[in-house]
Design a protein around this ligand. Structure first.
Ligand code: FE2
Ligand code: FE2
Length: 414
């Protein structure tokens, strides 16, 4: 039988409680589709839970979406069918909403005009092999190089089908993922419940998993007046969202960094956004007890000292070295503000430290660690949260032979 090959097939968490999963894809044919999830032993899908997709038009194609309620902490087989043909069978593991230990990967800036996502595979295959306990993938934005081009989404998702169908992907909007103020492109490609006005096509949302609350902010939701920064509605939402959780750990993801030793944090010509974001968010994050802020956009790795409410780096904050699973990690001890981490890049995007006159972030002493991205390399961060420890691995890999170039181990204990 001929296989069903929907375009840009993605799997995400749908709701804040992490009990429902969103599936989304496009077809060029007018077909009625179903999504089927079943127990790993039911290879013939006889006992499958079947959900018919909702259909809408998107750029001359049919967009299909489904929301599937799944049991937590379980392995599932799943597939998509148009009634006659079906896709390959995929395997995924659901998050246990009450888990005591959670591992997730953070990717960013997989955008890649030359290789259309093929380099990303080096990063995610390593992440899922080295850290098989990973249950979720966060993406810090700039997923494809030109978000308005469906062919780029189609190529990047198909080159990384093994990732997009096996681990729920939770993205935030990067500047390449929205074309104009009104033309964002995450909603068409990911089926995620969002409080943001979908007409504006700018995604921000939050979810819980185990002892971690994730707040996902949208760099697409900029104030395009001279004030810059995020729009007021999103800031107010973030305050309410962070105040509404009693989870032990609070993780924020936003595409544009507040602190970066690269050209988008340190060069005066690009400094208006990071400076506006610091004014808007440093107080919010410190007030809410945010532990760690992941960002992308500058395609390098950086880790700040704890950032205090007034935006200064806390150089007096203590660190300890702790052995976890056979490896040594440098952990910040009960920091008084969040650590900001740029997770590097998952595409063909070499980048260096670039400080400019008037806004020299390195000499300002914000950073505990910096790693530039050399040519031919990709990177990711893998995070494990267990009890009072958040431990992270930054892994930089060479694409041509898959060798590790640099591994950094850091985190927080509280
Ligand atoms: Fe980027
Ligand atoms: Fe960017």
């Amino acid at each position: 039988m001929k296989k069903f090959l929907p375009q840009a097939l993605t799997l995400t968490l749908y709701n804040r409680e992490a009990t429902e999963y969103g599936v989304c894809f496009m077809t060029s044919e007018d077909v009625t589709c179903r999504v089927e999830f079943t127990d790993v032993r039911d290879r013939s899908f006889k006992r499958a839970e079947v959900t018919e997709t909702e259909r809408s038009e998107y750029k001359g194609m049919l967009r299909h979406s489904a929301v599937c309620a799944l049991e937590g902490g379980k392995s599932y087989l799943w597939r998509v069918t148009d009634g006659e043909r079906h896709t390959d069978t995929f395997k995924m593991n659901t998050v246990d909403p009450d888990c005591r230990e959670l591992s997730f990967a953070v990717f960013s800036d997989s955008q890649d005009r030359l290789h259309l996502g093929k380099w990303w595979k080096t990063a995610w295959q390593d992440a899922l092999t080295r850290f098989p306990e990973i249950k979720l993938c966060l993406h810090g934005g700039d997923i494809v190089d030109n978000g308005a081009k469906h062919t780029m989404w189609e190529k990047v998702t198909s080159h990384n089908k093994g990732l997009f169908t096996s681990v729920p992907m939770l993205p935030v909007t990067g500047n390449h993922d929205h074309v104009t103020e009104k033309d964002g492109v995450l909603h068409p490609y990911f089926n995620i419940q969002s409080p943001a006005d979908k007409e504006e096509a700018l995604v921000y949302y939050s979810f819980d998993a185990g002892e971690v609350h994730f707040t996902m902010l949208s760099s697409g939701d900029y104030d395009y007046t001279e004030r810059h920064g995020l729009k007021e509605a999103q800031i107010e939402w973030a305050k309410r969202d962070l105040a509404s959780t009693d989870k032990k750990w609070k993780v924020v993801l936003i595409h544009t960094p507040l602190y970066s030793p690269g050209k988008y944090g340190s060069h005066p010509r690009n400094s208006s956004q990071p400076e506006a974001l610091r004014r808007q968010l440093n107080g919010v994050f410190a007030e809410a007890g945010v532990d760690i802020v992941f960002c992308g956009h500058d395609h390098i790795f950086s880790e700040t000292y704890p950032i205090l409410r007034d935006g200064r780096a806390d150089h007096m904050s203590p660190y300890v070295i702790k052995k976890l699973n056979g490896q040594y990690y440098r952990l910040a001890v009960s920091p008084a503000g969040p650590i900001h981490v740029e997770s590097g890049c998952a595409g063909n995007q070499d980048r260096v430290i670039e400080c400019g006159e008037g806004m020299d972030e390195v000499s300002a002493g914000y950073f505990r660690d910096i790693v530039e991205t050399p040519k031919g390399c990709v990177s990711y961060v893998a995070v494990r949260v267990k009890g009072n420890v958040l431990s992270a691995n930054y892994v930089l890999k060479r694409v041509k032979d898959g060798e590790d170039v640099i591994v950094r181990r850091f985190g927080i204990i509280k």
